[in-house]
Design a protein around this ligand. Structure first.
Ligand SMILES: [Zn+2]
Length: 332
């Protein structure tokens, strides 16, 4: 048993309370490798933004759970080295799908876990989420639960059909589970193909897809039921077209990739939405930078020469999100 406090991490409680009051959102960035982690910490340290490091079940399998935990501990020390005296860093399990997985993360030093029972029938979702919350709270680890179903693919999470969160269920659900924050479904979606072309319109000038707007009426109804309760948005990459273009220009193939427009995320950040999950955008930035090096310098075979530019582009992306979209800069 390792407490996250020994690792220099914090849970989400104070962070979310301040974010709701201050009208901004905390970035939750997924990481699987060293370059992503370096980019996240550098961006957060340079902008003094609280940050949530997210690890999915797939990332744990990819990188090794023990190694990931020590990477997070290293991240705290790295942040201090960068001049961030009191780093506000959360280590969070993204889409935990069982009590055992969540318990394992709590025991390994995570400061926050998500239990995703959203695919289960309502009562089973409550029972599972409550079991996780009861365990995690003994160690002051915060818990995110989910109501409503997001479409799209994220590691091992996949749903064909989405349905919005039902505002009439949120009071009952949050009370009975004891969760600290609630992930909702209002039209965001996992992956780089958030909408099918037939769900979108096309900009006549650029020919690009224009996605349908998020269901802010549902968000408003949820906030009315649960005033001041922390809300989480998953699947909130904006799929920057500059990266999609770079990937396609240098030999990739991502036709009609489309995300959530940043102005909608900006609007959400000002509400009780206090955690916004961004993963695909960093995957796109990484891939775009690597493809560019490979296309321009086919003789290059030193991974540092293509992972380095990828890291730089991701750092730029994270800083942009923090400063221009979520508004969390200067809040830590
Ligand atoms: Zn998600």
């Amino acid at each position: 048993m390792v407490s996250y406090k020994e690792l220099g991490l914090v849970n989400t409680r104070d962070m979310f309370a301040k974010a709701i009051k201050g009208g901004y959102a905390i970035p939750a960035f997924n990481f699987n490798n060293m370059e992503q982690l370096q980019a996240i910490i550098k961006a957060a340290a340079e902008t003094k933004s609280p940050v949530i490091l997210q690890v999915s079940k797939g990332a744990r399998n990819y990188a090794n759970p023990t190694l990931l935990r020590y990477m997070a501990q290293g991240a705290v020390e790295y942040a201090k080295e960068l001049g961030w005296e009191k780093p506000q860093i959360v280590l969070h399990l993204d889409h935990g799908d069982s009590f055992e997985l969540c318990k394992d993360c709590v025991d390994l030093g995570f400061s926050s876990v998500m239990i995703d029972g959203s695919a289960l029938p309502y009562e089973e979702n409550i029972a599972l989420s409550k079991k996780v919350a009861d365990y995690a709270h003994q160690y002051d680890v915060t818990v995110e639960a989910e109501l409503g179903v997001l479409a799209g693919v994220e590691d091992e999470v996949q749903a064909e059909e989405s349905h919005y969160t039902r505002p009439e269920e949120v009071i009952d659900f949050s009370k009975r589970t004891g969760c600290d924050s609630l992930a909702i479904s209002i039209g965001t979606s996992h992956g780089a193909y958030k909408f099918k072309p037939e769900q979108c319109t096309r900009d006549p000038k650029t020919g690009r897809l224009v996605p349908p707007p998020l269901a802010f009426d549902v968000l408003d109804a949820i906030m009315e039921q649960l005033p001041g309760f922390p809300i989480v948005l998953h699947g909130s990459s904006s799929v920057p077209q500059e990266y999609v273009d770079m990937i396609n220009q240098y030999g990739g193939k991502l036709p009609d990739a489309v995300g959530i427009p940043e102005e909608q995320l900006r609007k959400a950040s000002k509400s009780a939405v206090c955690k916004i999950n961004i993963d695909s955008d960093s995957r796109l930035a990484f891939t775009a930078a690597v493809r560019k090096v490979f296309a321009e310098k086919p003789g290059e075979f030193d991974p540092r020469k293509y992972c380095g530019p990828a890291r730089d582009l991701m750092t730029e992306l994270y800083k942009h999100k923090i400063i221009n979209v979520l508004g969390s800069d200067g809040k830590a």
